[in-house]
Write a protein that binds this ligand. Structure first.
Ligand code: PA5
Length: 442
């Protein structure tokens, strides 16, 4: 279902180096599976596909059905792990150009602080039937909280008392401002499990509700993850391809590479790259360590960043994410005049041409001394994406442990928040405000 290959990097990382890494891999595996590593109370995602009980996903599906019946639009309010997973899966599995006959459109808000975006949204959806799913594990994150204040007022102006029946909150079972607000307003709620951090939460109700509203089979997604769990639980580098990927990037980092590019050749995978960047960036980038996760979307970026990848600083590795087969594809028509000289491609499928671009780019980048690895899915569907999520999560946790960091916290995210609160005049931050303003105006 999912395969990984590092043979395209074997002139850079030799087989004996993989051998030497095996003890570290084994230790990381034991730490994860025996819950003895750092951040061990955030390992709920490891067993999620098996633990999610029938009642839970049935409730999610039931609510999704209600929204599908009554809404034209679902606005998902959240930031980071509270929206990226759902956005990734929905973009990958629904038509690029939305059709109104395919159920509600799922859109996102609260992932930044831009007023134009909210204004545009209110204008666009003024005459459409709207539901809202506000998602925050902590229930206190500033960006979604501010956006929700606007959206809540807009919903109440439109639906009066009926607004609370159209708002669903996904948050902690007991604590946080959003939990209190939801209880006071009488919103339906879904719970984010305590032991699953934001960026590992796409297979909880955080991701599953918006994904189900978009018409995607959430059971298939979970089945794919369950299959991947079995496949990627084995403590054996030769058999476990998630561990091979973790080993590839760990060794590349040890040998001085500083950037990992995730390269996709399908625009529908663009948002998946965004989810992947958060997963790896927030999990590994700490204590002055970690590969910087960046993404490119080929062949588009072969005409921009491709130049740098081929000939710029040799600081990067590339991980190509490829889809082997496409169910619906187009075939190049023949043309009597052949003025564009493309008749040599007549009858070929666009997918096959894209696959030649994958191969051509990989070989060129290998020649350009970019150590390259290849992750392949048989096809793009819910089951494969469920498996891919689990593959990346497992490899990320393993990489983090081998790097010697806690892959489940994000202390660095607090620094900008403290500054922003101080500059906004939040009570309790008076001293910091003075210091910061001095630095800005001097
Ligand atoms: O991975 C994480 O934990 C973070 O990216 C969070 O998902 C993000 O900060 C949003 O947090 P919350 O869901 O508490 O609003």
């Amino acid at each position: 279902m999912i395969t990984f290959s590092n043979i395209y990097a074997d002139s850079f990382i030799k087989s004996h180096e993989y051998e030497q890494l095996k003890p570290s891999l084994s230790i990381a595996h034991e730490q994860l599976h025996n819950q003895t590593g750092v951040g061990a109370n955030y390992l709920g995602w490891l067993d999620l596909p098996l633990d999610l009980n029938q009642d839970e996903w049935e409730q999610v599906q039931e609510k999704a059905n209600e929204i599908k019946e009554n809404a034209d639009v679902l606005i998902v309010v959240g930031i980071g792990g509270s929206y990226l997973g759902a956005k990734a899966i929905i973009s990958a599995l629904t038509p690029t150009f939305k059709r109104s006959d395919l159920g509600p459109e799922v859109v996102f808000a609260g992932q930044h602080l831009d007023g134009d975006y909210l204004n545009d949204m209110f204008e666009a959806f003024q005459d459409r039937s709207v539901y809202v799913n506000v998602i925050s594990k902590s229930g206190t994150t500033t960006e979604p909280a501010i956006a929700f204040r606007f959206i809540k007022r807009w919903m109440e102006e439109r639906y009066d008392k009926g607004a609370s029946k159209r708002i669903i909150a996904t948050t902690d079972a007991k604590k946080g401002a959003l939990r209190e607000l939801a209880e006071t307003e009488g919103y339906d709620t879904f719970i984010v499990p305590d032991d699953v951090g934001g960026r590992y939460s796409v297979l909880t109700s955080v991701g599953l509700l918006p994904i189900a509203v978009a018409g995607i089979d959430i059971l298939e997604l979970l089945r794919g993850a369950e299959q991947a769990k079995k496949q990627f639980d084995v403590n054996d580098l030769e058999q476990n391809e998630a561990y091979q990927y973790a080993a590839f990037r760990t060794l590349a980092y040890k040998k001085g590479k500083t950037i990992e590019l995730l390269a996709t050749f399908h625009p529908k995978l663009h948002e998946l790259s965004e989810w992947w960047k958060q997963l790896y960036g927030e999990s590994e980038g700490k204590d002055g360590k970690g590969l910087f996760p960046a993404s490119v979307q080929y062949t588009t970026d072969l005409h921009s960043l491709g130049q740098y990848v081929q000939e710029g600083q040799r600081t990067m590795i590339e991980t190509v994410l490829n889809i082997r087969s496409q169910t619906k594809t187009l075939h190049v028509p023949s043309d009597a005049t052949d003025l564009d000289g493309l008749n040599y491609l007549s009858g070929k499928s666009l997918h096959d041409i894209n696959q030649k671009a994958v191969q051509g780019a990989m070989l060129a980048h290998i020649d350009g001394q970019v150590p390259t690895s290849l992750i392949e899915l048989d096809t793009l569907d819910a089951k494969h994406l469920g498996a891919l999520i689990y593959f990346f999560e497992k490899a990320c946790a393993m990489s983090g442990y081998m790097l010697g960091v806690n892959p489940f916290d994000q202390p660095g995210v607090e620094s900008y928040k403290r500054n922003m609160f101080a500059l906004l005049g939040k009570p309790g931050y008076e001293l910091e405000r003075q210091t910061l303003e001095k630095r800005l105006w001097e």
